[in-house]
Design a binder for this molecule. Structure first.
Ligand code: GZL
Length: 308
């Protein structure tokens, strides 16, 4: 092999590093932080040069970042679209520049699915169904009305739209379930607390259940519930999504009833997809993350095994 190496020009041996441009939603939640860590660590492990941009949850910043990646002629562009719509123009620019695009975590609304190679991430509708099924089972002996308040994720984002859709699909089977208030908490603890305070002021004693589209909003709401002199997970049943560390800590403290898992650990899958694309392999249009649900009863046992 050494003799062969001596024959090849140095350039042929020094494989050019793959350059990946990644536009991240922001740093709004524990989930997002874990997702960013997974992407950065996996790029390093894979020997892929990562150009990373944080959009502070603003679509115009993501579009700017994607345009910059096109100008820099990166090999692949990947991003988690903060909202579903408004991407066609910039995705057409990437296509015209012959730069393949990978969607991670959240999807985009487009009729032209040639604008991206693959979308890898969770099935948010199924996550909503899991939350609904858990509640229907928990309340199966409840004769009276079950009044639900809902903290929605970022308006227009795929997880907010689909987690609502899946949850309502399940609870509509029984008219005792009523969503009496529903408002966005933008996936953050601060906003989740603020909106829950407003819900409690308006409907306090009437609220039986909180359905939060992510753990960060649920944790903020738990603070509001306690400050209102109520017991979270007892006076108000709390259902959440993500299953981040903070959720396990809240469940172990008896303040959260259940969290539906939504894995942020997409880094390894993304890097192997990037390498496959550069090697000319075709990928499935959709790669779904497998995940489960964690009720508080199993939180203490499962917590030590958690990776995010
Ligand atoms: C879901 C992801 C959502 C998380 C939130 O895949 O897009 O965004 O559920 C995060 O915690 O802010």
């Amino acid at each position: 092999a050494a003799s062969l190496a001596a024959l090849l020009p140095a350039t042929a041996l020094a494989q050019k590093k793959i350059v990946l441009g990644f536009s991240q939603v922001g740093a709004e939640s524990e989930w997002r932080t874990a997702n960013t860590e997974s992407i950065k660590a996996s790029a390093k492990d894979a020997g892929i040069e990562l150009k990373f941009s944080d959009a502070q949850q603003k679509q115009e910043n993501q579009i700017k970042a994607i345009r910059s990646f096109i100008a820099q002629k990166v090999d692949v562009i990947a991003f988690s679209p903060v909202v579903e719509s408004g991407w066609e123009t910039v995705l057409r620019e990437a296509k015209a520049a012959n730069i393949p695009v990978v969607l991670t975590d959240r999807s985009v609304n487009t009729k032209d699915d040639s604008l991206y190679v693959t979308f890898m991430g969770s099935d948010f509708v199924e996550e909503g169904r899991k939350a609904g099924r858990w509640l229907v089972d928990k309340m199966k002996d409840e004769k009276g009305e079950v009044n639900i308040v809902e903290l929605q994720g970022t308006v227009g984002s795929a997880p907010a739209i689909d987690r609502k859709k899946g949850f309502e699909e399940i609870i509509k089977a029984d008219p005792k379930f009523k969503i009496i208030r529903s408002q966005t908490g933008d996936f953050t603890r601060a906003k989740g607390k603020e909106v829950m305070e407003a819900f409690l002021k308006a409907d306090g004693k009437k609220i039986n259940v909180l359905y939060a589209h992510n753990d960060d909003m649920a944790i903020g709401a738990i603070q509001a519930i306690e400050e209102a002199g109520l017991k979270p997970a007892k006076d108000i049943t709390i259902i959440s999504v993500d299953a981040v560390k903070g959720a396990f800590e809240a469940m172990i403290a008896g303040k959260l009833n259940v969290s539906v898992e939504c894995s942020p650990l997409l880094g390894p899958q993304l890097m192997s997809a990037v390498k496959d694309i550069k090697a000319g392999k075709t990928l499935p249009k959709r790669i779904v993350t497998e995940e489960t649900i964690f009720p508080m009863e199993v939180a203490a046992k499962e917590f030590p095994k958690r990776k995010y």
